[in-house]
Write a protein that binds this ligand. Structure first.
Ligand code: 0RA
Length: 297
C-alpha cells in the first residue's frame, strides 16, 4: 500500500477532518517502521538494546536538568522493558499548537524532543530526546504512565498508533514517568534481551552522570538479577574502576573540569605500570571510540 493510501484510509476511518500537521504524524511514524535502521542503527540485537537507551536518554536529560535522581531499567517476563524515572513527569497539558496533550506529541511525533520550556538544557545521547516516538513506532505495544499533579496519567499505543487516549487512572504522591514496551517482533530479528549488555551500558551511564542512581533488574524466570549503581565521584570512580586490577603509579585520580557557556568538559586519569594506555572518550554521554577534537584536546 502506498503512503497516501494509508493516510487517506486512516483519515476516512477516523471520521474526522485531518489537518496537515496530523497527516505529518502518521507519515512520521510510518517512516520509522519502513526504515527502522535509519533511526536505531539496526534491527539486530544492537537495535533491540538501542530502544532501551533511547528511553533512558530521556530520563537522563531530566537528571541533567536537575530533577531526576533515580532510574530503573527492568527486563520483564516476555522480554518487555520497563523504564521508571523520578523526574517531573512528561508534561501532560494540552499544547496550544496541536490541541493535544504534550505526552501524546512526545510519543507520536518524530523530532518532538527538547522543545519544552524553551530548551537550553544539556542533552544526553544520540537522538536528542526524539527517541520516544521512534521506540513507540517500533513497539508492538507501549504504555506510558506519568505521575504528576497528584494524578497518574496513562496512555497506550500499538505500533505507534494510539489505542488508549490519555486518561487519569489513579492518584499518586510523587512525580515521574514509567514506560513499558514490547519491541515489535515484526521489526526485530532478535527479541531476547541480554541483561549484561544493558547492565554494562547503564553502569557507564551511572559513571558519566555523577550522583545519579541507576538500577537494573531482570525479572525473567530463571534469570533473576538486580544491580544498583551510583557513583558520587563520577568519571573519577570510572578511572578507579578501570584500573582496579592494575598497579597504579600514584594513589589519587587526576581530575580536571571546565566550562564555557553551556559546554562542560571533564577529564580523569591515573597512570598504571602497564605498557598500553586506555583512553575512553564520550560526547553527550555517547562513547566516541574513534576519538575526535574533544579527545585530542
Ligand atoms: C520537559 C519538561 C518537563 C518534564 C520533562 C521534559 C520530562 C521529560 C521526560 C522524559 C522521560 N522522563 C521525563 N521526565 C520529564 C516538566 C515540565 C513541568 O514542569 O511541568
Amino acid at each position: 500500500m502506498a503512503d497516501n493510501e494509508i493516510l487517506n484510509s486512516t483519515a476516512v476511518d477516523a471520521g474526522n477532518e485531518y489537518d496537515a500537521s496530523e497527516i505529518q504524524v502518521l507519515e512520521g511514524l510510518e517512516a520509522v517502521r519502513k526504515r527502522p535502521g535509519m533511526y536505531i542503527g539496526s534491527t539486530s540485537s544492537s537495535g533491540l538494546h538501542h530502544l532501551v537507551y533511547e528511553i533512558v536518554d530521556n530520563a537522563i536529560d531530566e537528571a541533567l536538568a536537575g530533577f531526576c535522581t533515580e532510574i530503573l531499567v527492568q527486563i520483564n517476563e516476555g522480554d518487555t522493558i520497563t523504564v521508571v524515572d523520578n523526574g517531573r513527569g512528561i508534561p501532560v497539558d494540552i499544547q496550544a499548537q496541536t490541541g493535544k496533550p504534550a505526552l501524546e506529541v512526545v510519543y507520536t511525533i518524530l523530532h518532538a524532543g527538547g522543545k519544552f520550556g524553551g530548551g537550553g538544557y544539556k542533552v544526553s545521547g544520540g537522538l536528542h530526546g526524539v527517541g520516544a516516538s521512534v521506540v513507540n513506532a517500533l513497539s508492538e505495544w507501549l504504555t506510558v504512565q506519568v505521575h504528576k499533579n497528584g494524578e497518574i496519567y496513562e496512555m497506550k499505543f500499538s505500533r505507534g498508533q494510539i489505542t488508549q487516549e490519555m486518561k487519569i487512572v489513579g492518584k499518586t504522591d510523587h512525580t515521574g514517568t514509567t514506560v513499558t514496551f514490547k519491541p515489535d517482533p515484526e521489526m526485530f530479528e532478535e527479541t531476547v534481551y541480554n541483561y549484561d549488555t544493558l547492565h554494562t551500558r547503564m553502569r557507564e551511564e551511572a559513571f558519566l552522570n555523577a550522583g545519579l542512581r541507576i538500577k537494573t533488574a531482570d525479572l525473567r524466570p530463571g534469570k533473576e538479577r538486580e544491580d544498583s549503581m551510583c557513583y558520587e565521584g563520577g568519571i573519577r570512580e570510572f578511572v578507579t574502576w578501570l584500573n582496579k586490577s592494575k598497579d597504579a603509579l600514584h594513589p589519587g585520580v587526576i581530575y580536571m573540569s571546565g566550562q564555557r557557556e553551556d559546554s562542560v568538559a571533564e577529564v580523569a586519569l591515573q597512570y598504571n605500570d602497564g605498557y598500553s594506555e586506555t583512553i575512553l572518550s564520550f560526547a553527550n554521554n555517547v562513547h566516541t571510540p574513534e576519538g575526535g577534537m574533544h579527545e585530542e584536546g
